[in-house]
Design a binder for this molecule. Sequence first.
Ligand SMILES: *Cc1c(COP(=O)(O)O)cnc(C)c1O
Length: 484
Amino acid sequence: MNNRLYGNLIFELSHPGRRGYSLPNNEFGHYELPEAMRRNEDAQLPECDELTVIRHYTNLSANNFGVNNGFYPLGSCTMKYNPIINEEVAAMPQFAALHPLQSEQTCQGALQVYYEMQKSLAAITGLSEFTLNPFAGAHGELTGLMIIRAYHQSRGDMKRTKVIVPDSAHGTNPASAAVCGLEIVEVKSTADGVVDTEDLRGLLDDTVAAMMMTNPNTLGLFECKIPEIQQLVHECGGLMYYDGANLNPMLGVCRPGDMGFDVMHINLHKTFSTPHGGGGPGSGPVGVRKGLEQFLPVPKVAKDGDTYKIVGCDEGNIHVGEFFGNFAVMMRAYAYILSLGKEHIRMVGPLATLNANYVKESLKDVYALPIPTVCKHEFVFDGLKDKSTGVTTMDVAKRLLDYGYHAPTIYFPLLFHEAMMIEPTESESKETIDAFIEVLRLIADEAKNNPEEVKTAPHNTPVGRVDDVLAAKHPILTWKQMNQ
Ligand SMILES: *Cc1c(COP(=O)(O)O)cnc(C)c1O
C-alpha cells in the first residue's frame, strides 16, 4: 500500500509538539548536562503519534521484496528459502543473549556449536580445519589470502606477490587481493566460458602466490580443467584458492579439498540459508587443507576431553575480527545442516542444477544463450534474442517487477553486453518456475508488439524507473528539512 499520508518520509508526517508517549511525573528532580555538552538548538526529530509511526513503518516494510514475498532469481546470490526453524534456533535466548566476554565455562553450548560447525564444513568440503570468524564472503577472501601470504612468508619465500584471477571472477576477488597488498593478474576464459589453460601457462612463475578460482564459475559452469590447473599452479609453488560462494550445486556431490584446493571460503548466507541482501548479515568461514592449520586466524575453539576452550588469543596469528564472527548466521547454518542431514544435503545441488537447466532450456528460443552447455545452479542469457526491438536487459528486468518478480542479476558477469544471470535455487516448486518462464516469454512478446510498455517499466511499483546515473553521480544520503 502506498497512500499519500503514509508513503511520505517520517519527517514529513511530523507535527510540532505531537507526542507518542506519556511519562509518569518525575519524582527524582532534575539533572542538567554540563553546558559544554549541550546542544545549541533542539535536535530536529520527527514528532508523531504512535499509530502514525506504526503505519509508516509497516507500510514501508510492505514495499520491501524478499524471498518470503516472491520468486527471487538473483544470480550469484543464492536467494534460497530460509526455513523458519533456523530463525527460531538463532533467536534462542540461551545463545542470542550471550555476552562475548563471558567465561568459557558459561558458554560451552555456543563453543560446541562453533566447533561442530567447523567440523561439518570440513567434512562437506574435504578440508582440514575452518575458522568462522570472517563476516562476509569478501572478508573470507581477504582472510584466505592473508593465510596464503603467511604461509609463503613462513618459508622465507618473499617474492610471491601475484594472484591470478579469471576474467569471469566476482569483483570481490581482485578487490580482496588488492586490499591484501597483492598484485592481480587476469587469466582469460575460453569461448566456452572456462579458464583458458594455455593463457594460464604463460602467467605462471615463481612470483605467483595463489590462483583464485570460483567453481562453478560465475557463468554457472563447472571448471572442468581443475586437475590440470591445480597441478600447474602447485608445480610453480603457488597455492589454490577456492571462492566457495557458489558451493550450492556441489553440496555433498564433490569437494574442493579432493580437487586439490588449499584454502577456500564459504558464504554461509548463500549456501546455508540466511536471509541476506542490502549488505548483510553475512558469514564467510575459511577452510584450509592439512598442513596450513597453524595459519588460521585466532581466536579458535578447541575440544579438550568433553570441554570446549577458546585458544590462540595471545599468539601472533592473523586476526580478522573481534570474538567469533556473526554468530546468529552460524546458528542458522547449523540448524540448516542438522535438519537436512547427510542424505538430504546431497539433494540440494542436483535440484538447484535441475531447476536452472529447466529455466534455461525453456527460454533459449526467445533469450540469447551465448554458452549453450549444461549449467550448474545458474546461467547467463545475453538479453533478448531479437535485438531489433531495442528492448534491453534493463527493460526486461524492470518489467519483471511489474509482474511481481525480483529481477535477475543484470550486466554481470561483464563478459556479455546484455548479461542476465538467473539462479532459481532448489527451494522453488515447478509451478513457481513455470509461472516465471511464462512471464519472461510474455515480456519477450511485449518487446516485439509493444516495446514502449517494456522500455518505460515498471508501471506498478511505488517508485518508477529511477535515473541510475544521476543516483550514482549525485547520491543524496541525508535528509534536509526543506524549509531551512
Ligand atoms: C557473493 C559472492 C562473493 C562475495 O560475498 P559477500 O558475502 O557478498 O562478500 C564472492 N564471490 C562470489 C562468486 C560471489 O557470488
